[in-house]
Design a protein around this ligand. Sequence first.
Ligand code: B1M
Length: 213
Amino acid sequence: LTLEERLAAYVVEGSKDGLIPDLELALKKYAPLEIINGPLMRGMEEVGRLFNANQLIVAEVLQSAEVMKASVSFLEPFMEKSESAAKGKILLATVKGDVHDIGKNLVEIILSNNGYNVVNLGIKVTPEQLIASAREENPDAIGLSGLLVKSAQQMVITAQDLREAGIHVPLMVGGAALTRKFTSNRIAPEYSGIVVYAKDAMDGLDLANKLQD
Ligand code: B1M
């Protein structure tokens, strides 16, 4: 197998045997984010495909998630950090009912490496928790992540609840279950502030920078 194929295979097989030496090798060729968005994400896509086809069980997908998390934490110190002065504060959460947090945590790393003060509220965050934190933290933006189809619907409800609570800081939404169209047709009309859709973590950083200007 090539290095790239091996990296994807660690994720698919949920095995960490040899992972770190191969990540070290990969760093000689690629930037950390290229390793994550390239071979590691390809592995995750394959995991999703196999899971969908009933060829993997949840416990195995969890092992794959562990490999992805271990890779991201190994790669994190090698990521570019901007020296820029502190930017805004961003609340981040995976919405109610959803436990997927690898993408959200990647967004946290990228935003905080680029000067943002990120308050990560974790997973299965209810609108009530979000409202309470928004009142306490007074963030410049709120970021919501969700991977399940029902999470897209949950974001519509969350946007309504935030609006009713009088919160109107910019909302950034992302995650596999969402599209730009769903965001503008279904979420934005329910909210009183700006709503933007981020397709990946880097896009999230670009959007946060634009919102800041
Ligand atoms: Co789940 N899962 N899972 N899972 N899982 C999916 C999402 C699924 C598509 C797999 C499939 O069937 N093909 C499917 C969803 C089906 C649907 O609703 N359409 C699914 C299912 C069904 C489930 C369960 C219901 C399974 C069960 O129990 N029967 C269950 C749900 C539990 C729950 O949430 N209540 C479940 C559980 C799990 C595990 C716990 C085993 C594990 C998660 C572990 C963890 O996160 N700690 C897991 C995993 C790993 C996956 C897949 C395989 C991979 C997700 C992932 O981490 N990708 C996933 C299939 C897939 O996506 N290929 C699947 C890597 C990550 C970096 O990408 O999160 O998309 P992602 O983030 C991207 C962008 O989306 C974006 O940036 C990132 C890239 O830079 N982004 C943002 C994300 N959030 C953002 C926020 C932003 C900006 C950008 O701003 C705020």
